[in-house]
Design a protein around this ligand. Structure first.
Ligand code: MRU
Length: 369
């Protein structure tokens, strides 16, 4: 996507040296800066500390981390060490495992001296494919938005989204935001309700920034406002991303997604999850039981960060009483019965095993357990 007229991806490999560059998402929306990663350990830390985040981007970053490992020491023990270190950097998004599992066996098939070049090729391929995949998700989701626009020709289509499933969460385009960018590019009038997405506020800081930079009309809302807006006819459809979706169609996404799906269901509003097939965990069916939910630090709940505009600096302030504890589950699972459709790179599936397997028969078969 363009930032101030310059095309950017959220991650890229330096052309002439073994370095990976990422946009530091901990600084947005107040600063747009790239950070350089030179080792697999630095890469794992960048994922852990959410310098990069979002399921598809985590996968692409891990792939680049394995490339950096292969540059420094391409021996099998070192690649396996880096694999484990990267894999353990965040537990919920399955794209991480998907990318590493795609690369490691192929690297081990070639001689040690060829591994760094092969790793670079594969990491680049994973990044490029992600862009094409998300663009295709955008095209399929666009059809849904066009349909909604035809039903309300005299006003914008109001779309609610949660967290950030935009281009920053992927290599480019985004998942949930890809159809919105494409609709806007085609002149369809859209307006996006952006859930702030406590505790880390990826909606308020990243989604709002992305939409603003692209000129898409949007309004940031407190996470609790969505149900009320739905009751009053202010939401036409919801589109969210996913960190892991089961083969049966249960959708795990940022904490709070489930509550939006419940409210949408109660109000008869279509609720879609947009995700690449790399987000589908073909080994599990029951999302509530089987998806590992990341527990993050209490401080993300008990403190909030923002810019003190008078002092023009970032500040972090405590918002709960001293002595109160806080819990911070980072994701929840929306059961398939609340999901009206899953927008993938191959089309829109019903949230059920038959439809998902029909779209991705080979992936489903290979990983069936
Ligand atoms: O904790 P995060 O910011 O990595 O969580 C991100 C989300 O929940 C996104 O909605 C999800 O990864 C989909 S990304 C296209």
């Amino acid at each position: 996507m363009q930032v101030n007229g310059t095309p950017f991806r959220s991650i890229w490999l330096a052309a002439d040296r073994p370095e990976v560059l990422v946009i530091d998402q901990t600084l947005l929306p107040f600063a747009f800066e790239a950070r350089t990663l030179t080792t697999s350990s630095e890469t794992a830390l960048a994922i852990r500390e959410m310098v990069v985040r979002g399921a598809p981007l985590i996968g692409a970053t891990a792939a680049c981390g394995l490339f950096l490992a292969a540059v420094s020491d391409a021996s099998e023990p070192n690649l396996r060490r880096a694999y484990q270190e990267l894999l353990s950097s965040r537990p919920t998004a399955v794209n991480l495992r998907w990318a590493l599992d795609r690369m490691l066996p192929l690297l081990l098939q070639v001689s040690e001296s060829e591994r760094a070049d092969r790793a670079r090729e594969l990491a680049q391929q994973i990044c490029d494919e992600d862009v094409a995949t998300n663009s295709a998700i955008g095209d399929h989701g666009l059809a849904l938005i066009s349909e909604a626009a035809n039903a309300c020709p005299h006003r914008p289509v109001n779309i609610l989204t949660h967290c950030n499933a935009g281009w920053l969460a992927t290599v480019d385009w985004g998942t949930a935001l890809a159809p919105i960018f494409k609709a806007h590019n085609q002149g369809i009038s859209v307006h996006v309700w952006v859930d702030e997405t406590r505790p880390r506020n990826q909606g308020a800081s990243l989604t709002a920034w992305e939409l603003g930079a692209h000129g898409v009309p949007h309004t940031v809302i407190a996470d609790n406002a969505g149900g009320h807006l739905m009751q009053h006819g202010e939401v036409d459809l919801c589109i969210v991303g996913s960190d892991r979706t089961t083969r049966a169609g249960d959708v795990c996404n940022k904490i709070g997604t489930y509550l939006k799906a419940l409210a949408a269901h109660d109000n008869g509003i279509p609720f879609y999850a947009a995700l690449p097939s790399s987000t589908i965990d073909w080994t599990i069916s029951d999302g509530v039981r089987d998806i590992p939910i990341e527990e993050r630090a209490e401080e993300e709940v008990s403190y909030i960060c923002g810019r003190d505009s008078e002092a023009d600096r970032l500040v972090r302030v405590r918002i709960i009483p001293d002595g109160s504890s806080a819990a911070n589950p980072a994701f929840d699972v929306t059961p398939r019965k609340l999901v009206d459709g899953i927008i993938t790179e191959r089309g829109v599936a019903k949230a059920c095993e038959d439809d998902l397997v029909a779209l991705f028969p080979q992936d489903a078969e290979v990983q069936k357990i």
